[in-house]
Design a protein around this ligand. Structure first.
Ligand code: SAM
Ligand code: SF4
Ligand code: SF4
Length: 335
């Protein structure tokens, strides 16, 4: 019997954030004004060990998880990550193992990650305009570095590679079509993400959001589009095929078309908190349990309790009242 939450949603995906640190300071995620030199990241002893992470993942797989995504912060900053990939790849039931990265270190890690059993990667790249990209990551990393990472991923067989681009009005919205033009014909699927009110530090305003309809209209003006059926129920991106057959794009429209009804994702933070929603204010501490000699049956009962009591549907309820509420930062929970 599938484990269902209060809204009858099964547990299918586990997103594991392995670090709260990042080598970028994307303006919409870790603005420098907050994540500056004085910012206190989690001390090492607070982080779950790889053994602890793999144990949670194994129990979650027994409860229905089929897809595991490694994220962060920047996951490739976590020392020895390849070893964690090996451990997760060996878990029975996990048939999709993937990772989201900003791509800066991907050239170096693509091959070892693939050899360790990683199936695919998603690379974030907000614009092909070098000046705009450097301004958005705010650490002066150029587009060429990320493109080399994507090439290395394709070469290592980590495909299909997906590219995520967050669209912020007045910042990169005029460069959307360039990404589509560049990646058509390569098999790389570009997915545009509506700028979200995650965390409480990015100064989010509804006016900064470019909606799915607007993004689609801009693309369709150059490349006519037709809808593609979802690959599986609950897929977060709506998919569109370029009518000339040269590729596909996706839109993740958390703001204008919320998809909570199909949300089957559980999130594990670097310090071992389980979150049932990207916008949750607090998590459920599984680390305490792990470090107090709990059995697998105890862990299982804990996850079952957390999931079965889940009622989250933040994006569907988003309103003027929800904007100021406390919630976890994106760089900790991992998107
Ligand atoms: N550092 C990795 C990366 O950037 O790919 C993984 C973690 S990052 C938090 C995961 C995804 O969240 C990225 O694709 C990023 O663009 C997206 N993201 C971060 N802040 C966002 C926001 N405010 N709205 C929408 N997407 C956001
Ligand atoms: Fe780092 Fe990713 Fe956040 Fe950018 S989006 S600051 S790369 S965690
Ligand atoms: Fe899932 Fe929460 Fe996002 Fe809704 S708002 S799709 S419940 S993570």
């Amino acid at each position: 019997m599938a484990l269902l939450d209060e809204l009858q949603r099964p547990l299918r995906d586990l997103r594991i954030s392995v670090t709260d640190r990042c080598n970028f300071r994307c303006v919409y995620c870790m603005p420098r004004s907050v994540f500056g030199p004085g910012y206190e990241f989690l001390p090492r002893a607070e982080l779950l060990t790889f053994e602890e992470i793999a144990r949670v993942a194994r129990v979650a797989a027994e409860l229905g998880v089929r897809k595991v995504r490694i994220t962060g912060g920047e996951p490739l900053l976590r020392r020895d990550l390849v070893r964690l990939v090996e451990m997760l790849a060996a878990i029975p039931g996990v048939d999709d193992l993937t990772l989201t990265t900003n791509g800066a270190l991907l050239r170096q890690y693509a091959r070892p990650l693939a050899d360790a059993g990683l199936k695919r990667v998603t690379v974030s790249l907000d614009s092909l305009d070098d000046a705009i990209f450097r301004a958005m990551n705010d650490v002066n990393v150029g587009v060429d570095v990320v493109l080399e990472g994507i090439a290395a991923a394709l070469e290592a067989g980590l495909s299909p590679v997906k590219v995520n681009a967050v669209v912020k009005r007045g910042v990169n919205d005029h460069t959307i079509v360039d990404l589509v033009r560049y990646f058509r014909g390569t098999g790389v699927v570009v997915r545009f993400i509506e700028y979200m009110d995650v965390g409480t530090t990015n100064g989010w305003r509804l006016d900064d959001v470019v909606t799915a309809d607007e993004i689609l209209a801009r693309i369709a003006a150059e490349f006519p589009l037709e809808p593609v059926e979802p690959a599986y129920p609950g897929e977060v991106a709506t998919r569109w095929r370029l009518r000339d057959g040269s590729g596909e794009v996706g839109i993740i429209a958390s703001i204008s078309r919320p998809f909570c009804g199909g949300c089957t994702r559980l999130r594990l933070s670097p310090e071992g908190q389980l979150f049932t929603c990207l916008f949750a204010a607090r998590g459920h501490d599984i680390r305490a349990l792990l470090r107090s000699g709990a059995s697998d049956a105890d862990l299982r009962a804990f996850i079952e309790r957390v999931w079965s009591g889940r009622t989250d549907r933040y994006s569907e309820l988003r309103s003027a009242e929800t904007v100021g509420l406390p919630r976890v930062e994106m760089s900790r929970i991992g998107g």
